[in-house]
Design a protein around this ligand. Sequence first.
Ligand code: C2E
Ligand code: MG
Ligand code: MG
Length: 682
Amino acid sequence: MTAKKINILLIEDNPGDVRLIREMLGRSELAYSLEHAGTLTDGLARLKGHIYDVILLDMSLPDGSGLDSVPEIKKVAPKMPIVMLTGLDDEETAVSALQLGVQDYLLKDRIDRTLLLRSLRYAVERKRILDALAESEGKYKNLVDNSLAGVFKTNLEGEILFANNALARMLEYESPGDLISLGALSIYKTPKDRKNLIDSLKKRGKVSNFEMEAVTKNGKTRNLLLSVTIYGEVLSGTMIDITERKRMEETIKHQAYHDLLTGLPNRLLFIDHLRLALARAHRDRYIVAVMYLDLDNFKEINDSLGHSAGDQLLQAVSRRLKACLRESDTIARIGGDEYNILLPKADHEEDIVTITDKIIAAFRQPFILDSHPVHTSTSIGVSLFPSDGDDAETLLKSADAAMYSAKNGGRNNYRFYNSAMNSRVLERMRLMNRLRGALKSGELAVYYQPQVSLDTGQVLCAEALVRWRHPEMGLLQPAQFIPFAEETGLITEVDEWVMRAACAQAGAWQKAGYAPVCVMVNYSSRHFQKSDFAGTVSGILQETGLDPVYLGIEISERTMMQDAELAVPGLMKLAGDGVRLCIDDFGTGCSSLHYLKKLPVQVLKIDRSFISGFSEDPDYKTITNAVINLARGLRLKVVAEGVENENQLAFLQTIRCDEAQGYHFSRPVPAEEFTRFLKPAG
Ligand code: C2E
Ligand code: MG
Ligand code: MG
């Protein structure tokens, strides 16, 4: 109960009732002041000028009767408590007045002091409580509205029941109202997050620091941190936007594991990846390779061109190195001009050599720094798991040691830690350099083997077969260097060289007055990987002036399917020009004959193994016969390879094979000797 003085406004026209009220109050211990207004108009005027704690309002006034007075008063003093004074016959109306916001009513006939005081005090006290409540609600609303944290309420079904301004701002909505019309789920980037949140809320009642990704109205992703409580069916809580914080954390994490200048992983991350790769390799038995690279003349470049040029060089080197590697490999800059490379999964040592070759080759072109060409190279040390160690530290140490040995070996090269591997690689490198040299120095030669028509006995074609006149090792057969040339990719240079020589030779024979023969050149399917292999062939024909109808290309059936798709347009173009396509070693490759329809094939060369098998197993004859029938159906010419005796020839004649090639007619011979198979033109 309040001990404060109560200011009362009594609006009453009956002087007797006024007196009565004054008397009742006068005899009480209540601290009060009372003002009296005789009419509603007077009462309203007083209300405008003064604040009261309570109004005692007579129900029937000369200028305002019954319920009409209440709204009039509420207009002027909306929150002022009103106690109505009413006669017995008015009680029903008084009840309606309560519904209009009147606090209480007193029947004039029954009124006594206690009743009056209790009613007044109650009205005042209720007003005070309501005021305090409104004030605290206002404060709370203010707090929520202006809070930087998002405040929300949802139910278990996912309806948003409440959202404050901050939450609307955070999610880029105009107002909280826009959000409330949505479902809570629509703001989750991963709907499963909400399910997880509700599951833990049901278990614990409260969840703090729950991280989620939300999608804003404009489709941006924000990281939010939630604290949520559940009461019955209602979830309420706060959320703050931690997107920036997250981004900072990511940046810091990135910086901790990356090199700032090149953006590459640093040593820490490299070791992490290496350990992971080793754990996998232990289980799955792969070879893991660790490389240690050091630029050969970085200090000189840095000193002469300045640090900024040095930085540019390191960035450009990083890009080139990256281009030599696969997505799954790791390249790290571990300081200065030193890099580490991890090949986490190699099946063969060869794969590693291919990559080191590629890296060395990547440095052949100069780097352009401020429009100046700058040459640099690298020395590489390589260690392998399992042969050189089985933990990260040992492998790195071994690769480092191998790198020093590469430096001592004259820089711009690589060394393996393992010496057996080194000698294998060195031998290979030596051979590759020798073959490259042979291409230039004229040590390669083309031998020709006649293809004889079984109908007429005429020589219509000559197969061009490469030989290497090695100064120390003598005449090398293709089997001694072609497989190696295929592995290293040098084969394309060899083939182009042979094609140029054969086309020139065919042209020279014609010029010398012989009837034209077609030269058949063996071509590796490796050429198909080059986008313009057909252009190269046309170029050679133009250069040598040979009519394309006197050139045939032999592609082994075994390799036919590799990259054949890529080659279709090029082969079509060549066929259009008149060049023949021959499937070599037919019968040894995949049995899919699909390519016969797809590619412009004109000739099938039945593999030697079928012909040599004639005498041992009659099935070979059956197969050869079937191939000839198949070829005839497809209007293809058939050539039998490796015919060594009269019996084989006789059988091929009975089954009407078109042409044959083999020692029975001639071994492959040098161009000068081949003229004995040529007829004069005309
Ligand atoms: P190929 O294209 O099937 O060539 C036929 C091979 O069979 C030739 O071996 C030839 O000497 C041999 N030969 C011919 N008649 C007989 C015979 O009656 N009996 C026996 N036992 N062998 C016979 P060569 O010259 O040693 O070539 C072997 C393979 O090397 C060729 O097989 C071809 O696949 C490849 N090759 C040769 N020159 C080149 C070239 O310039 N480029 C490419 N990519 N490969 C080539
Ligand atoms: Mg051939
Ligand atoms: Mg063959």
